[in-house]
Design a protein around this ligand. Structure first.
Ligand code: ZN
Length: 103
């Protein structure tokens, strides 16, 4: 199974680096190779990292409406807290599911 952080990066069109040999990493997204000195692939288990990516996409409003369907303020704030206070990947997984449906 694909790493969900990698899947999110793929769907969102972000760089994701994989080791090619013990000296080199290659980006699966842009094809760039680099020497084996890096900060690691991004971790999207924290909702804030997902928000940084999703809120600059052109369909951000659509995604936020999907997450927080405007029913009443109480329901909406509950939904917002459920996702935004989460650090276990709930928002990342919701974004993956939504982006897969949109393809
Ligand atoms: Zn890249």
């Amino acid at each position: 199974m694909t790493d969900p952080n990698q899947r999110f990066a793929e769907l969102a069109g972000l760089c994701w680096h994989e080791q090619v040999d013990n000296q080199t990493l290659k980006c699966k997204h842009c094809g760039q190779s680099m020497l084996f000195q890096w900060q690691g692939n991004p971790d999207f288990t924290d909702a804030r990292e997902v928000l940084k990516v999703m809120r600059v996409r052109e369909n951000w409003i659509e995604f936020s409406e999907h997450l927080f369907p405007g029913t009443d303020p109480q329901t909406e704030i509950e939904a917002a807290c459920y996702y935004i206070l989460d650090t276990t990947g709930k928002l990342r997984d919701a974004a993956i599911e939504w982006m897969e449906e949109k393809r």
